[in-house]
Design a protein around this ligand. Structure first.
Ligand code: FES
Length: 314
């Protein structure tokens, strides 16, 4: 059973019309320490269903008296970000998981190139704390829409000076990845967090310029896409679980009190791998090889195509 921590929403700040920052304080004692790039899951009871969304921490990793997260209101929200934006008030209680890190800084890198798109700035807020503490060489490239997704721009400009490069998605100088990634010294690593298109662009450009893939680190936004409703049959326990159109199989299993280990809830970390016994499976993860998909699926993102029942070895 995942141990949940109890926190109070001590303050809420509207950073942009789409992004709110939440300051979370423990109801007792201190919170667990965390490393730069960590995230937490927030338990969100929304309209009769419980979601657990992952958000990067943006507060100083050295200060465990509180956590801060910044949440973008998603247009196609399944209820999680909307609940945080519209229902949660200062003084409310929330349950969160302890931090985990799927996007850590590379310890041997000598030059860190950070590329953020929109709310993808969040893991880099803790990176910057850590890189400044290490006196490391780094630069931050930030693509955003002014007045909508430009969280922390003024603070970063003041703090980073010439190491900070901004690109308004609507006007001004565009981000040219080739210029950012070419002719880099040995020991350079690039990190990207943002929309799928930006991540794919960084990967392609780095490959074309001869970067080894071990030097390229990415974190995609992890959110399950909706699909057709379906029923999963749990063969060993002889149970049938209904999965609604806007619910992940993992969420439906959790709702039925079946705990599956998980971290990213977006098909990238491999934690929730579950053995299946057949069915019409839509694999949507970025983790399993096609050979592995013949035996396993990732319930945080994968679904049943609906033409035959999905059988799970549970
Ligand atoms: S929780 Fe990470 S792949 Fe499912």
């Amino acid at each position: 059973m995942t141990r949940m921590l109890h926190v109070k929403v001590a303050a809420i700040k509207q950073l942009t019309p789409l992004i709110r920052e939440f300051l979370l304080e423990p109801t007792a004692g201190k919170l667990p320490r965390f490393s730069a790039g960590s995230n937490i899951q927030v338990r969100l009871p929304t309209w009769g269903r419980v979601l657990r969304n992952a958000y990067s921490l943006v507060s100083d990793p050295d200060d465990n008296s509180h956590y801060r997260i910044a949440v973008r209101l998603q247009e196609a929200s399944r209820g999680g970000s909307r609940h945080l934006h519209e229902q949660v008030r200062e003084g409310d209680s929330l349950e969160i998981t302890a931090p985990s890190n799927l996007f850590a800084l590379h310890s041997l890198a000598q030059n860190h190139i950070l590329i953020a798109g929109g709310i993808g700035i969040t893991p880099f807020m803790t990176y910057i704390e850590e890189l400044e503490r290490r006196n490391a060489i780094f630069e931050l490239h930030y693509v955003y829409r002014t007045g909508l997704t430009d969280a922390y721009v003024d603070e970063l400009r003041r703090r980073l000076g010439e190491r900070f490069h901004t690109y308004d998605a609507k006007r001004g100088k565009p981000l040219v990845l080739g210029e950012v990634l070419e002719h880099r010294a040995l020991g350079s690593h690039v990190y990207c967090c943002g929309p799928e298109r930006l991540i794919a662009g960084v990967r392609q450009c780095a490959t074309a310029l001869g970067w080894h893939q071990s030097l390229v680190h990415v974190e995609a936004f992890a959110a399950p896409e909706p699909g057709q409703p379906f029923t999963a049959e749990l063969v060993r326990s002889q149970r049938r679980i209904h999965v609604a159109a806007d619910q992940s199989l993992l969420e439906a299993l959790e709702q039925a009190d079946i705990e599956i280990p998980n971290l990213c809830r977006g098909g990238v970390c491999g934690q929730c791998a579950t053995r299946h016994l057949g069915g019409d499976i839509e694999h949507r993860d970025h983790y399993l090889s096609s050979d592995e998909q013949a035996q396993m699926l990732m319930p945080c993102v994968s679904r049943c195509g609906g033409r035959s029942a999905l059988l799970l070895d549970l």
